[in-house]
Design a protein around this ligand. Structure first.
Ligand code: PRP
Ligand code: URA
Length: 208
């Protein structure tokens, strides 16, 4: 499946500010949230509509609605939480699962420290959220875990993807559609994306 890369002047503009090392924590968080809204709109383009009938102030009207109970967001802690503020108003009744992973700085392998999913996760479409897809290890481990729980429909939303991570994720999970705001040039030799934006978690939480 070919990844969907948002191509819009507003995205380019917001990414330019996000990448700038002078951008502070508050603005960084707001921008990640704003880009996440646009990713979520794109990811729900194929959302299934169900028939319903409502009454406008003037007459009965047959229309269609999304069943919000069909969806769950799964942010990858920590940095993935910064996308929740953006996507939740788009689907306010979606459930939220959390997975905690950090990359071992030497091996770059993901280490899981938390996993808690909503009930009936296997019956929901799951949108996995993480601003950065670098080697792909964290995304692949998260999706492996969700599939172990029986989840069948998974999409992965990120702000910046490295070509290495995209290829690894597509190879490991052919059925998962990936949405991103940018595909950057490459990883450096310590697993950071170039040009990238630095360490997303540190920039969101001001930890460095
Ligand atoms: C960052 C990022 C992704 C991961 C991507 O998290 O938010 O989860 O790295 O790298 P990968 O594709 O090579 O796995 P990090 O491990 O720094 O944890 P944090 O969010 O707690 O800072
Ligand atoms: N994780 C980040 O936060 N940034 C990168 O560039 C790579 C992984």
């Amino acid at each position: 499946m070919k990844e969907v890369v948002l191509n819009h002047p507003l995205i380019t503009h917001k990414l330019s500010i996000l990448r700038d090392k002078r951008t502070g924590t508050k603005e960084f968080r707001e921008l990640v949230g704003e880009i996440a809204v646009l990713l979520c709109y794109e990811a729900l383009k194929d959302a299934k509509l169900e028939d319903t009938t409502i009454n406008t102030p003037l007459e009965e009207y047959k229309t269609k609605c999304i069943n919000e109970d069909n969806y769950a967001f799964v942010p990858i802690l920590r940095a993935g939480m910064s996308m929740i503020d953006g996507v939740l108003p788009v689907v306010p009744n979606a459930k939220i699962g959390h997975i905690g992973l950090y990359r071992n700085e030497e091996t770059l392998e993901p280490v899981e420290y938390y996993y808690k999913m909503p009930k009936n996760i296997k019956n929901r479409e799951v949108l996995v959220l993480d601003p950065m897809l670098a080697t792909g290890g964290s995304a692949i481990a998260t999706i492996n875990r969700l599939k172990q729980d029986g989840v069948k429909k998974i999409k992965f939303l990120c702000v910046i993807a490295a070509p290495e991570g995209l290829n690894a994720l597509k190879k490991a999970h052919k059925d998962v559609q990936i949405y991103c705001a940018s595909v950057d040039r490459q990883l450096n030799d310590i697993g950071y994306i170039l040009p990238g934006l630095g360490d997303a978690g540190d920039r969101v939480y001001g930890t460095k």
